[in-house]
Design a protein. Sequence first.
Length: 120
Amino acid sequence: MSNKIYLKNMVFYGFHGYYEFERELGQRFYVDLAITTNFINASKSDELKDAVDYVVIYNKTKYIVENNRCKLLETLICKIADEILAIYPLITEVKVNIRKPSVPINGALDCVELEIIKSR
């Protein structure tokens, strides 16, 4: 059985980018998570101790984005995925998407988006 928890369009202010000015000025980053887990124990007990607490997941993601300075989004996205998997043994897979809207590209662009899927 595979159940999902989604945290969509979380917005954090971080200092990530290859160029020094990006790590000094910072900008908004948008993060989506899709967490695969099992709801059976939580559905039977109706207790948070048997579930994945998405408040904890949100706060961990916020901490990682706002308290690191990565040159590459690849580094940041792997940190998020690894930390989410480390928090709860109940999580069997996590998919992380990060969108960076202000990129130093000379042209029209909504954002750059990275995605990673990590499993146990």
